[in-house]
Write a protein that binds this ligand. Structure first.
Ligand code: ATR
Length: 286
């Protein structure tokens, strides 16, 4: 594989992640382990950038010769105006999480959705074509994932959300790209029998509220794939209860690992050492 501009990267490399807050991020740990495994000298550092300083921070990428950065909350949308080019992956989502610097030309990508899909295919089911998918939640995470899922030609995507207007609006945004419908969470029971895959994109069940569940597990049936974007805890209560009901389960760690894997591949042109990246995070979460 080559870098985004068609070259293998063979120099020291400076990388980072811009966000606010940033202290909690596990990306530096994961990418530092990956660079070491690949034998690429360099550094990946956390960069605390307050919202009013994003423009200067992006200019500093050029000044300091960063090969690229990840961009996280709250900058993923705002950063788009500072890019020279925006890849289709980021246009589809309306947000950038990866910036690649090719000799001062900055390109914005979004690897969250494609990272999620790569992880789902690697870890749960290799072929999504023809599948019927229920996505719970209608925020930014859902938007990115649905954009990437539609490239796999599912038969249908149903978005369920607490606020039904938001799921309907999001479904509308994908008009012409596939069969996508928006419903309220109270309508899940009526649709669930048709579904092959259920994906939780909400924060319901995330540490420290680990007893909460985004869907009544009694609605799940044997053989269904149940996927949760949350990776802290590594196995949410939703996944534990789904496994007990004979569902195939898929945790959120893979999405984090593979979004980082795509970023690293764009920056370096090398295949990312995903097993090492994953193990680094598991060791850190203990
Ligand atoms: P992100 O960008 O990570 O997706 P977000 O835009 O804040 O985050 O979206 C969070 C999603 O989780 C929303 O769909 C939200 O539902 P609402 O649109 O009704 O707010 C959903 N969500 C968050 N907390 C929830 C809860 N306690 N119960 C049900 N849905 C919840």
């Amino acid at each position: 594989m080559t870098t985004a501009n068609g070259q293998y990267w063979n120099k020291d490399i400076l990388l980072g992640v811009m966000g606010d807050p940033i202290a909690h991020t596990k990306s530096p740990l994961m990418h530092t382990a990956a660079l070491k495994a690949l034998g690429i000298p360099g550094a990946y550092v956390p960069l605390h950038i307050a919202p009013g300083h994003l423009g200067e921070a992006i200019e500093a990428i050029r000044t300091l010769g960063f090969r690229g950065v990840n961009v996280t909350i709250p900058h993923k949308v705002a950063v788009m105006e500072y890019m020279d080019r925006i890849d289709d992956s980021a246009v589809a989502v309306g947000a950038v999480n990866t910036v690649v610097n090719d000799d001062g030309i900055l390109t914005g990508y979004n690897t969250d959705g494609i990272g999620y899909v790569r992880s789902l295919k690697a870890e749960a089911t290799p072929d999504l074509a023809g599948s019927r998918i229920l996505v719970i939640g209608a925020g930014g995470a859902a938007r990115g994932i649905i954009a990437a899922l539609l490239l796999e030609h599912p038969a249908a995507v149903v978005i369920a959300n607490r606020t039904v207007e938001k799921s309907k609006q999001l479904a509308e945004a994908f008009q012409g790209k596939g069969t996508v419908n928006g419903i309220g969470n109270d309508e899940i029971a009526a649709h669930i029998a048709d579904m092959d895959i259920v994906i939780n994109t909400t924060s319901v069940g995330m540490y420290p509220h680990i007893d909460a569940m985004p869907i009544d597990p009694a609605l799940l049936r044997e053989g269904m794939i149940v996927s949760d974007l949350i990776y802290n805890p590594l196995q949410t209560r939703l996944l534990t209860e789904s496994r007990q009901r004979g569902c195939r389960i898929h945790g959120g760690l893979g999405m984090f690992v593979y979004q980082g894997a795509y970023s690293l591949e764009y920056w370096t042109g090398r295949s990312a050492p995903v097993d090492i990246m994953r193990q680094t995070i598991i060791d850190c979460l203990g």
